[in-house]
Design a binder for this molecule. Structure first.
Ligand SMILES: [Zn+2]
Length: 166
């Protein structure tokens, strides 16, 4: 088998080598192609056939690399979306728990407040108004009760506005 080195090649061969390198051929493969060209010089048809096969093989190898890269890209994309969703979920909103609404009572009529025109999200009042039987109104602003309140059970006072909406 004829082994070629860069020193042995003429400038024309060198141009061909650079072209083959651009196509992604390894040096070992380029040497094989050149060896075939030199050995097959007497039969140009077989020489061309051989090079066609080498090029077709190279295209198949590139397509395989493309698939690997595409899969890699898809994996990164889906992980990226998961991370974006995670960041979104971690944003915390504060609300007034509907379950604990009975702890609030009007200081005049002593009845519990009920939500009126309220934006409720997952069991928590984020924005809106609370009303009782006598018509007293409490505003809920960004999840916090604003205005006069009377609390039936003072020990639960701390829990009222500190509920995080999950
Ligand atoms: Zn009232």
């Amino acid at each position: 088998m004829l082994i070629l080195s860069f020193d042995e090649l003429c400038s024309k061969d060198l141009a061909h080598i650079l072209q083959l390198k651009d196509m992604g051929f390894q040096l070992k493969e380029i040497q094989r192609i050149f060896a075939m060209i030199r050995l097959g010089a007497a039969t140009p048809k077989s020489e061309v056939t051989y090079i066609i096969e080498e090029f077709q093989e190279r295209i198949r190898a590139i397509e395989s690399e493309e698939n690997v890269l595409a899969n890699r890209k898809n994996t990164i994309h889906s992980k990226l979306e998961e991370l974006k969703a995670l960041t979104f979920k971690e944003s915390v909103e504060i609300g007034v728990s509907l379950k604990q609404l009975s702890l609030l009572a009007c200081r005049k009529c002593k009845t519990s407040y009920v939500p009126i025109d309220a934006h409720i999200k997952k069991g928590y009042i984020i924005e809106g108004q609370l009303g009782c039987d006598c018509g007293s109104i409490l505003e809920v602003n960004r999840g916090i009760v604003v205005g006069e309140t009377f609390i039936k059970n003072p020990s639960s006072k701390m829990d009222l506005n500190m509920q995080e909406v999950i």
